[in-house]
Design a protein around this ligand. Sequence first.
Ligand code: FES
Length: 110
Amino acid sequence: MSENWLKVGKFDDIPKLGSRLVKTADGDIAIFRTSEDEIFALRDSCPHKQGPLSQGIVYGKKVSCPLHDWKIHLDTGLAVAPDEGCTASFPVKIDAGIVYISLDEKKTEE
Ligand code: FES
């Protein structure tokens, strides 16, 4: 596991069923919070045509892309079938109410 944790901000500042956009040296990353208060981080780029997933609608553990409504799994970045594709997902941790992400992409098994 990476030790290169990047501080994103307070957990409480991420709206439930919403997201926050973080600009990193590695590009824009969207941090999502589910109704269950889980946090996930995906590259802010839909695997279809790079739509801004941070502006999509979160439901369950998925986000629907604002452009053409593809559904993306928040935990893996994989598109929900029948669509195919994968956006990068990143490890997240919460420590004392502060959210951190690692820029070392999670490896997704398709
Ligand atoms: S760019 Fe996301 S569904 Fe088309």
